[in-house]
Design a binder for this molecule. Structure first.
Ligand SMILES: [Zn+2]
Length: 114
């Protein structure tokens, strides 16, 4: 696995964690939810506070991720929105884009658990 693939896979894993968080937040009708930072550092434990609507806005695009300000990696992504509490990044590196699209449970080909 290349470095780019490894980083993209880490980010997709964090995204899966947030998918579960969003599902339970939806159930409890939470106003603000604590998501995990979706950066490529597997040891990152930072949290990002956002509303479900804000999260859905990011998740609408399989190449967009939610990160703590400063956790963006300029060699693979660009910041498309700075919301203060968090930043939205879009993957621009070709391998990373391909992997995160493939691993997107909503639109990709990854097997979804039903
Ligand atoms: Zn992070």
């Amino acid at each position: 696995m290349s470095d780019h693939e490894r980083r993209a896979t880490t980010e997709a894993l964090f995204r899966d964690v947030n998918e579960r968080i969003a599902e339970s937040a939806d159930r409890f009708d939470a106003e603000r939810t604590e998501f995990v930072c979706e950066c490529s550092d597997p040891s990152c434990t930072h949290r990002v506070t956002a509303s479900l609507a804000e999260y859905e806005n990011v998740r609408a695009e399989p190449t967009k991720f939610l990160v703590v300000p400063g956790h963006e990696q300029e060699d693979i992504e660009r910041v498309v929105s700075d919301r203060g509490r968090y930043r939205i990044v879009e993957k621009v590196q070709a391998v990373v884009r391909r992997v995160v699209v493939r691993l997107d449970r909503r639109t990709g080909t990854a097997p979804s658990e039903s």
